[in-house]
Write a protein that binds this ligand. Structure first.
Ligand code: CP3
Length: 344
């Protein structure tokens, strides 16, 4: 490679005049072309498991906006399904899974060695993408963090406070930890397979990390991220890892150093100036514009975007939202954000 890609430069610790940019959920329902391909595929899971169409929706935001990274189109809940849980999506409500609350439920899960049988189409998507993406675009693979995935497996759905998972953690710690270990082992194999077929970076999404506090955060958010990162770097020396312990608050401090990740993704509750002083000192940060600006737009979108770019301008930074873009976003606001970042 003659000129290194902007995302990889940031992950290697380089400060750039214009930060690279991509967006969580950039392939999604706010785009008319996504809605058209999704209708062609049928339901959401059929789209995930159709390599040609999954690659197509991954490429759509790259064609439209020229983002610096493409993120593989899939879902964090494919791992439970590959381990044998039932999974389906209820329109307008979200995911549903068979629940895991007893040893009997856990014993029905399959071994880690079987996951590839289900996940092979995802690896096919990665292969298509590594052929078809523009040279300057970085391909990001991903998985959910064990805690976040476990919250869905235990409750059988999304929950506002992750109550069922916290209950199992306290009432049957051995079973809870066995489940986390199974997900951790599966995640290492899944991400490793993505890297083998062309993912250049991987991101670990811990969307519900913020509901773990103190020692529980260390044991169930920080430690699994450290274990996964170490295993991946052992097998694939130099592979950059982005960690996203969403809403970790003060527990963001030291997280990158202790886990060995190369980049810390920030949600929008984190103040950019504070993050520059306390988090960016340890390496690259990613974030963290509030997703609502993609709905509301206007001068505030421009001002907030500039504020974030400026706050992080003295160190390695990847511009992104603080969480996924929502279906009610206006595609023109996305263009305005990109123009603001790139015009400086
Ligand atoms: O970012 C991307 O563009 C890559 C693809 C991606 C999806 N989900 C596609 C998706 C990624 C990285 C995810 C991660 C994911 N999935 C997370 C972690 C990140 C986060 O947002 O906190 C979680 C918790 C899930 C689980 C999940 N998937 C839920 C709760 C839902 C339903 C909510 C909703 O938005 O409808 C999904 C569905 C989902 N995953 C959609 C997309 C584009 C919408 C499905 C559709 O087209 O109907």
């Amino acid at each position: 490679m003659s000129e290194q890609k902007k995302i990889l430069k940031a992950l290697a610790g380089e400060t750039q005049d214009v930060p690279p940019i991509w967006m969580m959920r950039q392939a999604g329902r706010y785009l008319p072309e996504y809605r058209a391909t999704r209708a062609q595929a049928g339901d959401f899971l059929s789209l995930c498991y159709n390599p040609e169409l999954a690659a197509e929706v991954t490429l759509q935001p790259i064609r439209r906006y020229g983002f610096d990274a493409a993120i593989l189109f899939a879902d964090i809940l494919l791992i439970p399904q590959a381990l044998g849980a039932d999974l389906w999506f209820v329109t307008g409500e979200g995911p549903r899974l068979s629940t895991i609350t007893t040893q009997g439920d856990f014993d029905k899960l399959g071994p880690v060695s079987d996951i590839h049988e289900t996940l092979n189409p995802i690896y096919e998507t990665v292969k298509i993408l590594s052929r078809e993406l523009p040279q300057e675009t970085t391909l990001i693979g991903f998985a959910g963090a064990p805690w976040t995935v476990a919250t869905y497996m235990i409750a059988g759905r999304g929950t506002p406070d992750q109550g069922p998972a916290h209950a199992l953690r306290q009432e049957n710690t051995a079973l809870f930890e066995a489940l986390l270990d199974r997900i951790t082992a599966a995640t290492i194999e899944y991400l490793s397979a993505q890297i083998e077929v062309g993912a250049e970076v991987v991101k670990i999404f811990d969307s519900w990390a913020g509901s773990l506090k103190g020692e529980a955060f260390r044991k169930y958010a920080l430690e699994p991220c450290r274990v996964i990162t170490a295993a991946l770097k052992d097998r694939h020396p130099g592979i950059p890892v982005i960690g996203f312990p969403r809403e970790a608050g003060e527990a963001y401090v030291g997280f990158a150093k202790e886990t060995g990740i190369d980049c810390l993704a920030l949600d929008n509750s984190v103040a950019p100036d504070w993050a520059a002083a306390n988090l960016q000192v340890d390496g690259c940060v990613q974030g963290n514009l509030a997703s609502r600006h993609m709905v509301t737009g206007g001068q505030e979108l421009v001002d907030e975007t500039r504020k974030i770019v400026k706050a992080f301008s003295k160190g390695p930074h990847i511009f992104n939202l603080g969480h996924g873009i929502t279906p009610d976003a206006d595609p023109d606001n996305v263009q305005r954000m990109i123009d603001t970042v790139r015009e400086g």
